[in-house]
Structure formats: structure tokens, C-alpha cells
Design a protein around this ligand. Structure first.
Ligand SMILES: C[S@@+](CC[C@H](N)C(=O)[O-])C[C@H]1O[C@@H](n2cnc3c(N)ncnc32)[C@H](O)[C@@H]1O
Length: 306
């Protein structure tokens, strides 16, 4: 078996595999490869004859996936899942050039497991962890866009506060934004530890602070902003149903209400889709005790109508 360097434990593993119903010959897309746990399980179930197309914005995930998924019928691409129609065209063209026959631009299943992976969290140079002394970067693709520390340097206190409130649902957003802007003069916030400590001083301690670090909501907000995550999700919700064959499944795991609300409403209001999960599928106590990340995971699945 190929080496697994990832520390990421895939959430709702059984439910994803049952929900997407992978079978030999199918073409399935994992739009969020991460550590490759879901991808591997799906790829193993579509042989012979199937293809798994795995995407991630993070070049490090694609590099690791190349090793971890070696020997399986997998095509990897560093891409945003909202660009899936373009990726399918490119994969189709490459396939036709090598195999001499066509490759359908529609697929039998798509998985999106949103947010960040434990591998990204564990890499101090990416800045996702509160205790990291690395630069507060927070980009899924460190080669594109603007790191979070630059936003802290550039945005007005008002803009920062709105962003932290909207994407982090943080009650103390104004206080945090003011403190960040005050620091600009002498000692600007550059590292994740810096920001986590500053927030610790702005936010009053509650019973919850033991369980949830007070910086969680602000980091979530900055990560969403830096990666434009909600826009990618909204575009994907509009475009991906047209990439599915009739009967093809669309499964999305979300980790907070801003994402889940969008998924729920888009699935419900999309005439191309039939919702298969009236309520989202959640992790049970045993999964939560082994993998605390799974506590907030919600899986919704819809099927492309004929
Ligand atoms: C929760 S992890 C996926 C874990 C994966 N299912 C596994 O089993 O290891 C989410 C991954 O999606 C990637 N990602 C987030 N938003 C993305 C987007 N819009 N397009 C492509 N990849 C994205 C992140 O870089 C991260 O590697």
C-alpha cells in the first residue's frame, strides 16, 4: 500500500461511501482531496474501468496525493472545485489524446469536504494553528492571492470588524479590529500566535473558552475571506449539478452554519436536484471521540434528476 503521510482523518467516512454509491466503471470527483482518505476509498471502489478526478487548491495536497494514490485510476489537478466544468474539459481532452477515445464531461458523483485539512493545520508555515509562530497566511493555495497578515495591515478597522462579524459571527469583532489596527503603529500582527494572544486579551473568558479557543471565530473569518470560500461554494452549487449524469450524486460536508445554510437552500431550491438527506448526516459519539473535528460536520446529499 502507498505511504500515507497525512495526519487528516476523513470525517463521516462510511456515510460518504454509502451516499455516493461508487461502483466499477464510474467517474467520481473528489473536489477537496486533502489527505486523500475519501479519495482512496472512492477510487478503490470504482475499479475496474472507473476514474477518480481529485482536485485541491493546495499544491501540497496534490503532491502528497500523487504518492498516496499511486496505482489507482486517479487524475489529480490543482484547481478550485468551482472550476469543475473547465477541469472536466481539460481532463477529457488529455484522455482523448492518450486513449484515442472520448471521455464524458459528466460524472457519477461529486464530493466536497469543505474547509481545511489537519495537514494544513499541522504545517506551522501556513499559519492555520493558533500556536504557530509562522506568518499568519491562511491561504489554501500559498502561491495565489493575499495572505491574512496583509489584510490585517491594509483594511480599515471598520472593514475588518465587519469581516470578522460576518464570516466569524464574532460578537467582539469591533474590539478585536480596533486592537489589530492599534498594533499597526509599532508592532503589527504578523504571526498566528500574535493574533491569538491579542484576541485572548480582547474577548472575555467564558465557560466555553476552555473548549473553544477564543480566536476560533476570527481565524475562521480571516480564512474564509482570504480564500473567498463562500463565493467558491456558491459558484460550485450553481455549476456542479450540470456536471452530473442523471442519477449522479452530489455530497457536501460543511463545518459551520454559513456553509451549511447555503448548501441546504441551494439543494432545496434546485430543480435539477432531488434531496436525499432531509436532515444532515452527523457524526456519532464514537466518531466524535476519535476525531473531535467531526463534531461540527454536516453531510448533505442530493441526486441529479433525469
Ligand atoms: C477537509 S479537507 C479534505 C479532506 C479529505 N476529504 C480527506 O479525506 O483527507 C479540505 C481540503 O479542501 C481544499 N479546498 C478548500 N476549498 C477548496 C476549493 N474551493 N477548491 C479546491 N480545494 C479546496 C483544502 O485545501 C483542503 O485540502
Amino acid at each position: 500500500m502507498a505511504e500515507k503521510n497525512s495526519v487528516h482523518i476523513p470525517v463521516l467516512f462510511e456515510a460518504v461511501v454509502l451516499g455516493l454509491e461508487p461502483k466499477p466503471g464510474m467517474v467520481i470527483v473528489d473536489g477537496t482531496l486533502g489527505g486523500g482518505g475519501h479519495s482512496r476509498a472512492l477510487a478503490e471502489r470504482i475499479v475496474p474501468g472507473g476514474t477518480l478526478i481529485a482536485l485541491d487548491r493546495d499544491p501540497a495536497a496534490i503532491d502528497a496525493g500523487e504518492r498516496f494514490l499511486r496505482g489507482l485510476p486517479v487524475r489529480l489537478a490543482q484547481a478550485n472545485f468551482c472550476d469543475l466544468p473547465e477541469v472536466l474539459k481539460a481532463v477529457g481532452a488529455a484522455y482523448t489524446a492518450t486513449a484515442g477515445r472520448g471521455f464524458a464531461e459528466r460524472v457519477d458523483g461529486v464530493l466536497l469536504d469543505l474547509g481545511l485539512s489537519s495537514d494544513q493545520l499541522a504545517d506551522a508555515s501556513r499559519g492555520f494553528s493558533f500556536s504557530s509562530d509562522g506568518p499568519l497566511d491562511l491561504r489554501f493555495d500559498p502561491t495565489a492571492g493575499v495572505p491574512a497578515w496583509r489584510l490585517l495591515e491594509r483594511l480599515s478597522a471598520e472593514h475588518l470588524a465587519d469581516l470578522i462579524f460576518e464570516f466569524g459571527e464574532e460578537r467582539f469583532s469591533r474590539r478585536i479590529a480596533k486592537a489589530i489596527v492599534e498594533r499597526r503603529r509599532g508592532n503589527p500582527v504578523r504571526t498566528s500566535r500574535d493574533l491569538a494572544e491579542l484576541i485572548g486579551r480582547c474577548v472575555p473568558k467564558t465557560r466555553d473558552s476552555e473548549r473553544i479557543h477564543p480566536a476560533t471565530r476570527t481565524f475562521q473569518a480571516l480564512r474564509i475571506a482570504v480564500n473567498d470560500e463562500l463565493k467558491s461554494l456558491e459558484i460550485a452549487l450553481r455549476r456542479i449539478p450540470d456536471c452530473l449524469n442523471p442519477g449522479g450524486r452530489f455530497a457536501i460536508i460543511s463545518f459551520h452554519s454559513l456553509e451549511d445554510r447555503r448548501v441546504k437552500e441551494a439543494f432545496q431550491n434546485d430543480a435539477r436536484l432531488k434531496v436525499l438527506t432531509r436532515r444532515p448526516i452527523r457524526a456519532d459519539e464514537s466518531e466524535i471521540s476519535q476525531n473531535p473535528r467531526s463534531r461540527s460536520a454536516k453531510l448533505r446529499i442530493a441526486e441529479r434528476m433525469k
